[in-house]
Design a protein. Structure first.
Length: 492
């Protein structure tokens, strides 16, 4: 199988858990939004702010260090195992320490985050569930980096189906309330971590290496401030909505973010295909008597930009239909939030590459500075925007802060490691996307008839497909490649 066919195949394999993983929450959303209130979703979003922060602190930036160093030690199975187990042991010890502190001060933390000490258990178990999902990343990352996409897909689907089944049982049958969503994440996360730990212990003998660990630590510890700043940057909007408006406003914003986040999850799945190749190209090119970054790297990434933005475009165009179908009228305020955040998540495509560039060059300390800048912009824009326009204002503030900080981060990353982008082609992709999304917001604000809106939506899709043909992303060669893969898969 040639390299192109292999990557196309892996793309579909990685997309399978994304499609199913996002379909399951969308299937459950019409059920949960008719049992749980906007306030319930708001409380869940607020306690997850602490869960994400504490889980990130436990990981201590090791996810980025592991991804980078895997390729440094990939040729030696013993060192590969030592990198994996040294990382996991360190992260587990961090979790135990933080879990004890969280349990002791859970009521105080709950009062600070949600405004009431009554949600201490919700906060504590939310942290535990978030952590076990995050620590399984190291096992899944091994599958991703080693190119064993089928195993990555199998275990990711296992998590999704287990979480889906348990949450339905607890919410619909047992009627546990919103904490059922937390319990389902905790149970499924613990289950997959135990299964993967057992499987890997049979493949790799548990062993540790101090020098390998400290080498990873040198890369990861400058990222620690980024954890704090990153949580404020990504979760500050919800906290301020709860502080300045209500938990119900947080719930509306959370639903909108949940739908728009499909773009980010999809982007992460696509990144599982291109990120290992980017690192591989960077390491292979290092030390050769040519430019640091060959022209081919930018050309390699253009089709991925088109594919990622195609999903963002569809969600931005059809946000109204998605919300009307999936939720009762009390949640329809999420429509504009979805469109705005779709633009934000789409622009994060460049942020995915910025991280690769800085980590490869071991400039992780720069990311902390960039995170501080992003946080300042996010806070500075969100406070007045939320005070003026509530949850929709938070979405606009997040988008504007993301555009400004993203542009600066892009320039800094290019300075350390230049990727020669195909600017005209990538610019055309993002131009159609942003203009279409903004046009949908304008048409909604002036109460345009649905016939006009559907015409605009279809026109935008046609223009994007034409662009795909010109970029040779949509081509007979690629169509036949996919067709042959499907036929071979059915016959095998």
């Amino acid at each position: 199988m040639d390299n192109k066919e292999h990557q196309v195949k892996n793309t579909f394999i990685y997309l399978l858990p994304v499609i199913i993983g996002n379909a399951l929450p969308l299937i459950s959303l019409p059920i949960f939004t008719r049992i749980l209130t906007r306030e319930d979703f708001g409380l869940l979003a607020l306690v997850q702010i602490y869960a994400i922060f504490a889980s990130g602190l436990a990981n201590f930036g090791m996810t980025a260090a592991y991804d980078r160093n895997y390729f440094q030690y990939r040729s030696d199975n013993r060192q590969t195992a030592q990198l994996l187990y040294s990382t996991i042991l360190f992260v587990l010890l961090n979790f135990v320490f933080l879990a004890v502190l969280t349990y002791i001060f859970k009521e105080t933390l709950a009062r600070f985050v949600t405004g009431s000490y009554l949600y201490g258990n919700l906060l504590f178990f939310s942290f535990c569930g978030q952590f076990f999902f995050s620590i399984s990343y190291y096992y899944l990352s091994f599958f991703k980096n080693s190119g064993t996409a089928k195993r990555f897909t199998f275990y990711t689907l296992f998590i999704s189906f287990t979480n889906f089944a348990i949450s339905l049982f607890l919410i619909v049958y047992i009627r546990t309330g919103v904490i059922g969503l937390v319990y389902s994440q905790l149970f499924s996360g613990m289950m997959i971590f135990c299964v993967l730990s057992y499987k890997f212990s049979k493949k790799f003998k548990p062993s540790f290496n101090r020098s390998i660990f400290f080498e990873s630590l040198k890369i990861s510890y400058p990222l620690t401030p980024r954890i704090f700043f990153g949580v404020i940057s990504t979760q500050f909007d919800k906290y301020m909505i709860g502080l300045l408006t209500s938990a119900g406003g947080v719930g509306i914003y959370s639903i909108g973010q949940k739908v728009a986040n499909i773009i980010f999850v999809f982007m992460t799945a696509v990144q599982n295909v291109f990120s290992p190749q980017v690192y591989k190209k960077m390491f292979d090119d290092r030390g050769k008597n040519r430019e640091k970054n060959p022209e081919s790297l930018g050309q390699y990434l253009t089709p991925f930009a088109y594919i990622v933005i195609s999903v963002a475009l569809v969600i931005a165009l059809f946000a109204e239909e998605i919300v009307f179908i999936l939720t009762p009228p009390a949640f329809h305020g999420a429509i504009d939030i979805i469109i705005i955040l779709s633009m934000f998540y789409g622009f994060l495509f460049f942020g995915k590459l910025n991280g690769n560039q800085l980590i490869f060059m071991k400039k992780t300390h720069v990311t902390s500075f960039l995170s501080m800048m992003n946080i300042a912009l996010n806070v500075g824009l969100n406070i007045p925007f939320i005070m003026k326009w509530g949850a929709v204002g938070a979405a606009w503030g997040t988008l504007l802060a993301g555009l400004l900080s993203g542009a600066i981060s892009f320039a800094v990353s290019q300075h350390y490691y230049e990727i020669k982008w195909e600017y005209k082609k990538v610019g055309a992709v993002f131009s159609i996307f942003f203009l279409s999304a903004i046009l949908m917001i304008i048409l909604r604000s002036v109460s345009t008839g649905y016939e006009v809106k559907i015409f605009v939506k279809l026109t935008a899709l046609i223009l994007y497909c034409i662009l795909g043909v010109k970029l040779k992303v949509i081509s007979m060669e690629n169509v036949m490649l996919i067709k042959n893969m499907v036929v071979l898969r059915r016959s095998s």
